[in-house]
Design a protein around this ligand. Structure first.
Ligand SMILES: [Zn+2]
Length: 328
């Protein structure tokens, strides 16, 4: 029955617009021919001696790219604070049960969010949390002022910084490959992915993951809801560490404040070390895209502080070798 209706509608449309049909078909034809020509040109280019010769020339650049691309997969990317008292593998299940017990209707937009980071609360707290995010984050998500928590925040900050640094480095390397290789414009425009594949560059599908902490108010009937979201990015982690550190200092009154890792301090150390790896001597002077990281000589987990005398600049390879040794 429906098919007949559709056929009748098509017949009516053709009856009214029959005069436009040749134009439409011509346009479609031209487009298909264009795509075909583009495809043939592309296939020809990837088989051309010019391409293969260029490809050989940048082989080592591609190799370096792939090494860093492998490395980025090793960097911890679960940048979530875990309260010490709940630090066991089932902790998230308990919180999850708790949330569903209240029978809150979940907002459509929050469907995918990790339930353990959602704090159901009053409208007033939701509003206050957006005014003083760090204070409320610490209070309601149990980031208490203890040395252990401060260390954990510092480690999360380290991982975020390493990850951002490495992802950015990969982006720059990708750009360098494009610039050095200088393929025909249409290849870059339409076949960039294929170009990288043909060159053997394995682009990892990785982004820096930031945890989100949410204060959510849902009305009794579940019809209205409001929320404040705090993204646990590098800046928030830094601010949280500094907030906790202040509180610890206050508790111990006389004790001097310990140095905290900040993106500013990272830059100071790189500058102090002349952007040179303190183990192998590799430097951004010779390799502009060398991936440099800041290493705690004595790791934070072993009581090392983020003070300049305990920090050094290392290239990612030396840093990885060093942490392998510490772990084994
Ligand atoms: Zn090195």
């Amino acid at each position: 029955m429906q098919i007949i209706v559709v056929l009748v509608l098509i017949a009516i449309a053709i009856a009214i617009f029959w005069w436009a049909l040749p134009f439409l078909l011509t346009a479609l034809g031209i487009y298909l021919v264009y795509r075909l020509i583009r495809y043939v040109k592309k296939e020809k280019y990837f088989k051309s001696p010019e391409f293969l010769e260029q490809k050989e020339k940048i082989e080592s650049t591609i190799k370096d790219f792939n090494e860093v691309a492998e490395y980025v997969k090793e960097i911890p990317n679960n940048n979530q604070f875990v309260p010490i008292e709940n630090k066991n593998e089932y902790a998230h299940l308990a919180t999850f049960e708790n949330t569903s017990k209240h029978g809150y209707k979940r907002d459509r937009n929050t469907k995918n969010i990790n339930a353990q980071n959602v704090y159901p609360t009053s409208l007033q707290v939701v509003r206050k949390a957006s005014e003083e995010p760090i204070k409320y984050l610490c209070k309601y998500f149990d980031i208490n002022p203890t040395e252990e928590n401060l260390n954990q925040l510092q480690e999360i900050g380290e991982n975020i910084s390493r990850m951002e640094n490495t992802v950015e480095n990969l982006r720059l390397r990708e750009q360098e490959i494009e610039t050095d290789f200088d393929p025909p414009k249409f290849i870059l425009k339409y076949y960039k992915k294929e170009l990288m594949e043909k060159l053997g560059a394995e682009i990892p599908n990785i982004n820096v993951k930031y945890a989100e902490y949410i204060f959510e108010y849902v009305s009794a009937g579940g019809n209205s809801s409001q929320k404040s979201t705090i993204t646990f990015d590098g800046e928030t982690v830094e601010a949280t560490a500094s907030f906790i550190s202040e509180k610890i200092k206050y508790k111990k009154s006389a004790k001097a404040q310990r140095a905290l890792m900040t993106s500013r301090l990272r830059n100071i150390i790189k500058y102090r070390d002349d952007h040179t790896c303190q183990i192998c001597g590799a430097s951004t002077k010779e390799q502009s895209l060398l991936l440099l990281e800041i290493d705690h000589i004595i790791p934070i987990s072993k009581g090392g502080l983020s003070s300049p005398d305990n920090l050094q600049t290392l290239c990612w390879k030396c840093n990885r070798t060093k942490s392998d040794k510490i772990l084994s």
